[in-house]
Design a protein around this ligand. Structure first.
Ligand code: GLU
Length: 495
């Protein structure tokens, strides 16, 4: 067990925490816990133009909701803060300048027009993807080509500049990715990366590397879409003379229809994309976590259900798959189903009451609500479905389901009336499921009809639906007066 493990989740606050980001956070968290390490939240908010108000809060609340505890972050003080990049501006500038001193980076003063001209010129001479690189930098306006005095003058007069990394001309950049194995890139495909922008803000690459180093990050665990950035980062670590953290790039999350799960195809597939949506749609966080853990990882046996604590114990990077992981929404509902049923009826009763709209359900007695939940729990996979399915226990049906009503036949009123007469004679305290069932059996025998002939219209009358939980227990819970009045209205309304 490595006790020096420090990992970070480093989202940019450009929107709500989406499900892919949540999985990255989760894997970092599980890895940290498994290794007795620390899980750090770093907010990468240097791109002010993409900043979304409230995104940081959403990220923190979403992680909290899922039981992912942050050891260090903007709201969890640690020794390596500040944990918001916008509050570390001076640090990046200092390190960019350090690279200039080390002759690993340089000031570039080229204007946008000059850059465009360079690209045009190169394109005309047959270079399809012109770069600002080891060749072109020699004919551009930068601190490598201009005399020192001129550079100083430009800096003193406040001329706009960027700081660029001197990317070596021909170098193969290799690293061992803990998930993907051996990876190599050629430096000749790379631009001289901008490290510090003309507004004085660092680029993602500079800030990310400086912070991972200063925050003592041991493992960088992030989505596969960042793999092409890694060679740039390695060049930067080398330029500073720093050790490179271990790298692990997680497989993409795929849409069931194929392709990467994007906001758009998630919508078409009916998959909520933001963690916030799952919270609002009343998913169980334990289910989402268990499901996401298996989206690209498995413990290597056929077990499927694990609490967060168990996942922390089981999780290792060598069991993360290389290939994309398909988001199977049905599987998520299966997990949700499981975690819902694990909760006691009383606990669920309180939760259902809390989400019920104003009305009888909200005000219901908790014991009564718990009995209702005991009846419907097996038939739903989400908390809010309980409120739908249980509604008839609290309100008389205000309409009858269209499909169900087709089963209300000409003889239905007569059969239901017979049943009604029999149960009306029952004293209140004998209005019990077993008795109610027994009476139904007697009535169908007397009338010489099959079970469904009476059962179906009776269910429609009492619940408004063609399906649902055990009807006799439901009637017992609804109570005699209400059951009888519902039967009367059905006969009147449906005829
Ligand atoms: N800020 C990047 C993001 O939004 C961080 C990528 C990384 O983990 O290096 O995901």
């Amino acid at each position: 067990m490595n006790t020096n493990v420090r990992v970070r989740f480093a989202p940019s606050p450009t929107g709500y925490l989406h499900i892919g980001g949540l999985r990255t956070a989760l894997y970092n968290f599980l890895f940290a816990r498994h290794n007795n390490g620390k899980f750090i939240l770093r907010i990468e908010d240097t791109d002010q133009s993409r900043y979304v108000e409230n995104a940081e809060n959403d990220i923190i609340e979403s992680l909290e909701w899922c039981g992912i505890k942050i050891d260090e972050g903007p709201h969890a003080p640690g020794d390596y803060g500040p944990y918001r990049q916008s509050e570390r501006k001076d640090i990046y500038r200092k390190y960019a300048e350090l690279l200039i001193e080390k002759e690993m980076a340089y000031y570039a003063f080229d204007t946008t027009e000059e850059l465009d001209q360079m690209r045009e010129r190169l394109q005309k001479s047959g270079n399809p993807s012109p770069k600002y690189d080891s060749i072109t930098r020699q004919s551009m306006k930068n601190s490598l080509t201009l005399p020192n005095d001129d550079v100083q003058k430009l800096l003193d007069s406040g001329t706009e500049f960027v700081i660029r990394l001197k990317v070596p001309r021909r170098e193969t950049i290799r690293f061992e990715d803990l998930i993907r194995g051996h990876v190599s890139f050629e430096s000749k495909g790379l631009d001289d990366q901008v490290l510090l922008k003309s507004d004085g803000m660092p680029t993602y690459h500079l800030a990310n590397v400086v912070d991972d180093h200063l925050m003592n990050i041991s493992h960088v665990i992030r989505g596969e879409e960042w793999l092409p950035s890694t060679p740039k980062h390695i060049l930067l670590y080398n330029a500073f003379g720093w050790d490179v953290p271990q790298m692990a790039h997680l497989p993409l999350i795929m849409s069931p229809a194929g392709g990467k799960l994007s906001k758009r195809n998630a919508e078409t597939d009916g998959i909520p994309i933001n963690t916030k949506d799952y919270r609002e749609l009343h998913y169980e966080p334990e289910a989402l976590i268990n499901f996401l853990a298996y989206l690209g990882w498995s413990p290597g046996d056929d077990s499927e259900i694990h609490s967060v604590d168990e996942l922390c114990r089981l999780f290792t990077l060598d069991r993360v798959s290389k290939g994309g992981a398909v988001f199977n929404h049905k599987k998520l509902l299966w997990y949700n189903d499981h975690y819902l049923r694990e909760q006691s009826n009383h606990h669920l009763a309180a939760r259902v009451k809390a989400i019920a709209g104003e009305g009888k359900m909200k005000d219901a007695d908790t014991d009564f609500m718990a009995s209702v939940i005991g009846l419907v729990k097996e038939r739903v996979s989400k908390l809010d479905e309980i409120t739908e399915m249980a509604a008839f226990f609290f309100e008389d049906p205000d309409h009858y389901d269209e499909d169900a009503i087709k089963k209300w036949k000409d003889d239905s009123p007569k059969l239901v009336s017979h049943y009604r007469e029999r149960i009306e004679e029952l004293p209140e305290e004998q209005f019990e499921a077993a008795t109610l069932k027994h009476i139904l059996e007697e009535v169908i025998k007397e009338q010489g009809v099959g079970f469904g002939k009476l059962m179906m219209p009776l269910r429609i009358a009492v619940t408004g639906q063609g399906f649902g939980p055990d009807l006799f227990t439901s009637m017992e819970l609804i109570g005699k007066t209400s059951v009888i009045s519902r039967i009367d209205s059905a006969i009147k309304k449906i005829g």
